[in-house]
Design a protein around this ligand. Structure first.
Ligand code: SAH
Ligand code: SF4
Ligand code: F3S
Length: 453
């Protein structure tokens, strides 16, 4: 019997989600089929994340779960893909006896070969980083749905001092504009309604060979024109590189969501410098003001790290000030976690765990109350929502998202198909969710649409 069933679990950022689809695309071409059950699989793969210590701990825990399975069924191949594979390399095989395969983010094309090596009883190791690999020609394996992730570039050249990504993902490189547009066209034909363009720093996107021009604003414009009934999102923007051209492009195209994820990390210039973020708080706030002026109704989310080395209470309060100033719609908030090999790792991790916890807690509470207030302001307002299906808790309600990515629970007396845009009147809000009443369906004309009410 042919061994061809592969089970894959994905951890970490959306980049990894997109990579898993590429991995399945590569494996499918070699006759593998995806299995949703580890017990039946011939190959078990974990696409892993190294961003913080606890991300790695979680994956070690999961490997522990597979140990029993491997004892029962020694022929099953267990592999580590992604950022941990790149960071730990053969150490993973030496330390974790159940691991047969370690393949980093730039070697997925050769994954079938490494699996064969493992099937033959050896260890498959492929951890070379590449300056050119973008998997441009690989068709990712995607289930039908409404929303798709597309990697438009790989790697990162920013070297923020706390971050492992430049080490696990290698140098920055971009896919071709044409191939991205083609991919969006095929998603449109499959009735997808939302694409998110992904990169660690999408603002460095550059395709010099493209006939239509090739910076990130050009790419967004080209993608937005493919299908006006498709929402286009992107992440992540680095505050140093976000151009006015990009802001005008977002303002110009109704289906480019008026929502920017713009990680600030800290509100203290001293800490920003130690982080090598290459911008000041003043620059950041000015950019936010400019974006608000150019894109009416724009909203922002951010990433914040609490307890970077040497962070004082004053630095921490400066972060809380920035949050009050910008009034983010959402934030991803983390305790600083030292990562071996990074520049910050050589600094003393001198903010105690207790302090980190306290500061993080204050940051989370601040964000929750900002989100709550912002959502209250939406009560009695109309929003255009892309309906995704029934709500998780009940088939009496539908769930969808606004242009600014807020979840809305909708009550309706009529059936609404997933993928429909509807106008909704908001009548209740918590810090995390809006509730609204269905008003009407919104028809989207090919060229001229209004996606935000
Ligand atoms: N490229 C993106 C995001 C990278 S990772 C960007 O530049 O914004 C996502 C987030 O994880 C980062 O924005 C940062 O807030 C957080 N992060 C990265 N390394 C970390 C570390 N060592 N400890 C805690 N948080 C970290
Ligand atoms: Fe990491 Fe900074 Fe690159 Fe983001 S921009 S991936 S935080 S090094
Ligand atoms: Fe994690 Fe790698 Fe993404 S470290 S956050 S999976 S780029």
């Amino acid at each position: 019997m042919q061994k061809n069933k592969v089970y894959i679990e994905t951890y970490g950022c959306q980049m990894n989600v997109a990579d898993t689809e590429i991995v399945l695309g590569v494996l499918k071409n070699q006759g593998y089929v995806a299995s949703d059950n580890a017990e039946n699989a011939d190959v078990i793969l974990l696409n892993t994340c190294s961003i913080r210590e606890n991300a790695e701990q979680r994956i070690y825990g999961r490997l522990g779960n597979f140990k029993a399975l491997k004892t029962k069924k020694p022929e099953v191949v267990v592999g580590i893909l992604g950022c941990m594979a790149e960071r730990l390399r053969k150490d993973l095989i030496e330390e974790k006896k159940i691991v047969d395969l370690v393949v980093g983010p730039d070697e997925y094309r050769r994954l079938p070969e490494y699996i064969d090596v493992a099937f033959n009883g050896d260890k498959g190791i492929g951890v070379k980083l590449s300056r050119t690999e973008t998997y441009d020609d690989i068709e990712p394996h995607r289930e039908d749905g409404l929303s798709a992730w597309i990697s438009v570039m790989r790697g990162c050249d920013k070297f923020c001092t706390f971050c492992v990504v430049p080490y696990t993902r290698g140098r920055e490189r971009s896919r071709s504009l044409e191939s991205i547009v083609k991919e969006v066209e095929s998603l449109s034909a499959r009735r997808f309604k939302e694409v998110t363009l992904l990169g660690q720093n999408v603002n460095s996107y550059s395709d010099e060979n493209s006939a239509t021009g090739g910076d990130f604003a050009d790419l967004l414009a080209a993608v937005a024109k493919v299908d006006r009934s498709m929402r286009v999102r992107f992440t992540t923007s680095h505050p140093q590189d976000l151009s006015d051209k990009l802001l005008y492009t977002i303002a110009e195209h109704p289906n480019l969501c008026n929502y920017i994820h713009l990680p600030v990390q800290s509100g203290s210039n001293r800490i920003l410098e130690l982080m090598n973020r290459t911008y000041t708080v003043e620059h950041y706030l000015e950019l936010i003001e400019r974006a608000k002026r150019i894109i009416p109704g724009v909203s922002f989310s951010t990433d914040i790290i609490a307890g970077f080395p040497t962070e004082t209470w004053e630095d921490h309060f400066a972060t809380l000030d920035v949050m009050q100033n910008v009034r983010y719609d959402g934030a991803y908030m983390f305790k600083y976690s030292p990562r071996e090999g990074t520049k910050a790792y050589r600094m003393e991790d001198d903010v105690t765990e207790e302090m980190k916890t306290k500061r993080l807690q204050e940051i989370i509470e601040a964000q929750q109350s900002i989100s709550f207030e912002k959502n209250q302001e939406l009560i009695d307002k109309e929003e255009v929502v892309l309906v995704e299906g029934y709500s998780r808790k009940s088939d009496d309600f539908y769930a969808g998202r606004t242009d600014s990515n807020k979840v809305v629970i909708i009550s309706a007396d009529k059936e609404i198909q997933p993928g429909t845009y509807v106008k909704v009147k908001i009548n209740k809000a918590t810090h995390a969710t809006l509730f609204g009443k269905f008003l009407s369906e919104v028809q989207i004309e090919k060229e001229n649409i209004v996606l935000s009410a």
